[in-house]
Design a protein around this ligand. Structure first.
Ligand SMILES: N[C@@H](CCC(=O)N[C@@H](CS)C(=O)NCC(=O)O)C(=O)O
Length: 230
């Protein structure tokens, strides 16, 4: 059955930067599943009506429609049980905790670093919508929110436990990447695609890990178009 992923695109249709979509792209690669993508933009809500959802990623697997990146990862583990990503029981609880850590601590720090780059990467027709929605959420203008140096300090601090783990381990989930790696990588890939800012200093174990992640699964992520290519 053909797998189809609705995937956020930017000012160039090939620019794919959603952190949640990147989780799913990596999860599909982890399972060795071929898939096609449908380029989607913020205002294209009609295209997602069939899924009764207003955000991406949306995954169609034959007749199955699955929304929300973490639910999609869960679905893939159930439907394609080889090479589990999230696990069950205690393992699942831990990766769920890690998802919250990424969303509550890592992604906000990254947002401070890339806010204006992100706006520039978004399709011009989507920019007003994006600005209004995010400014309402942050309670300030995107220009005020954009504080790269502060964001980098914040990121360095929140990644301290991850850095310690990666001193002795190639991936967060051990010798090979799995769910936790894709959760963190999705957010870092978001920033990497839209911004030329240095997120983590060269030589930092997190930077070494990021490079490894770019090259796993046949270098799937390293093939992504970034703003450096435009
Ligand atoms: N909890 C959702 C969040 C998905 C999400 O926020 N996606 C963004 C793109 S990165 C989106 O589609 N936003 C639509 C909007 O803001 O209107 C998930 O994990 O998939």
């Amino acid at each position: 059955m053909a797998l189809k992923l609705y995937d956020l695109c930017g000012r160039d249709e090939r620019l794919r930067f959603s952190p949640y979509c990147w989780r799913v792209r990596m999860a599909l690669a982890h399972k060795g599943l071929e898939f096609t993508t449908v380029a989607w933009r913020f205002l294209d809500k009609k295209a997602l009506e069939f899924a009764d959802y207003d955000k991406v990623p949306v995954l169609c697997d034959g007749d199955q429609v699955v929304t929300d990146s973490f639910e999609i990862m869960r679905y893939l583990d159930k439907a394609y049980p080889d090479a589990p990503m999230l696990g069950e029981g205690a393992s699942y609880q831990r990766v769920l905790l890690f998802k919250y850590f990424v969303e509550r601590s890592v992604t906000p720090a990254l947002f401070r670093i890339i806010a204006m780059d992100l706006l520039a990467a978004i399709h011009p027709n989507d920019r007003d919508y994006f600005r209004k929605a995010r400014e309402a959420r942050f309670g300030c203008t995107l220009e005020e929110f954009h504080q790269p140096e502060q964001g980098k300090q914040q990121l360095k601090q929140v990644l301290a436990p991850v850095r310690d783990l990666l001193r002795d381990s190639a991936f967060l989930d051990g010798d090979a990447p799995a769910g936790s790696d894709y959760l963190l990588f999705g957010s870092m890939m978001w920033a990497h695609v839209v911004s030329t800012q240095t997120l983590v200093e060269a030589g930092d174990p997190v930077d070494e890990w990021f490079k490894r992640m770019l090259s796993v699964h046949g270098g799937e992520a390293s093939k992504a178009l970034t703003v450096r290519d435009l």
